[in-house]
Write a protein that binds this ligand. Structure first.
Ligand code: B1M
Length: 234
């Protein structure tokens, strides 16, 4: 068979085949193919949320398993992450474009020592889509970085992300410093990231642990509703 005949034409695949191919392409770090696949699914009427979760996040879940098992290494995973970001780049404005009324504001960052940003970016995108003003302060954020952003943006919600068991304790450093400064109760603090769980969130004094971006949005909305009710009551 000639090379030309071997080539996969993404637009000729049906939806299930295309999604499976996108998982493979993400695994192989093929940025252009992920861009193309994302656009094709959108053109076929897929919602941005479905493209995000079924094609991209699921693909990254598979990458994560092989990274854990020593089949993939950092350089390959970086390529996969870049391919994922190319898809997210297309989806971001679509997810943000719901016309929802402004519900509140959030500062979000990945904690000190940690450079994982895909989950954080995704939470930011979904929060924007739900009507929150999101100030993303990036990765490797120390206490001073969080405080500077809180001071500047005066958000309703502080979001922290950590993907490493070695960096998640830093969330407590930030919260403890807020307690010391007497400002802890002025903010709703939401935390998330693969190694966390509800017990950890409670133990460090966060208001809630959010398993994924959709839960983060729902939790943020609940806290904003409570805040508005309290304000209305007095
Ligand atoms: Co890293 N890495 N990595 N990595 N990496 C993990 C986290 C790991 C679990 C892989 C593994 O071994 N299975 C492992 C951590 C082990 C542990 O601590 N228990 C690990 C390791 C060890 C490392 C290095 C130490 C590897 C090395 O150098 N030897 C190194 C550390 C670098 C550092 O940070 N200092 C490292 C580096 C990297 C890359 C740079 C190659 C790349 C990151 C690229 C980037 O982010 N720009 C990378 C990646 C991609 C991963 C995996 C494969 C995927 C993470 C991801 O993007 N997931 C990851 C494996 C895994 O998680 N299973 C792994 C997709 C994303 C959508 O999910 O981030 O969980 P997630 O976010 C979710 C929820 O958790 C939640 O919502 C999101 C969306 O639904 N959420 C929040 C997240 N943050 C939230 C904040 C909130 C709310 C919800 O606030 C309100």
């Amino acid at each position: 068979m000639s090379e030309e005949e071997d080539e996969i034409i993404l637009a000729e695949l049906d939806d299930d085949e295309l999604v499976a191919q996108m998982h493979d392409d993400l695994y192989d770090g093929l940025k252009d193919e992920i861009t193309e696949g994302t656009n094709i699914l959108l053109e076929r009427g897929w919602t941005p949320y479905d493209v995000l979760t079924k094609a991209l996040v699921e693909g990254m879940r598979i990458v994560g398993i092989d990274f854990r098992d020593g089949i993939l290494f950092v350089p390959e995973v970086l390529l996969a992450a870049n391919a994922m970001k190319a898809g997210m780049f297309i989806l971001r404005p679509l997810l943000a474009e719901t016309g929802a009324p402004k519900l509140g504001s959030m500062v979000i960052g990945t904690v000190k020592g940690d450079i994982h940003d895909i989950g954080k970016n995704l939470v930011g995108m979904m929060m924007e889509g739900a009507g929150f003003d999101v100030h993303d302060i990036g990765i490797n954020t120390d206490v001073d970085g969080y405080f500077a952003a809180i001071e500047e943006h005066k958000p309703d919600i502080l979001g922290m992300s950590a993907l490493l068991t070695t960096t998640m304790p830093y969330m407590k450093v930030v919260i403890d410093t807020m307690v010391e400064k007497g400002m802890r109760d002025d903010y709703t603090i939401l935390v998330g990231g693969a190694p966390l769980n509800e017990e950890f969130g409670a133990a460090i004094g966060a208001d809630a642990y959010c398993r994924d971006a959709a839960v983060a949005v729902e939790t943020a909305k609940e806290f904003m509703a409570k805040k508005h009710n309290q304000m209305a009551a007095g």
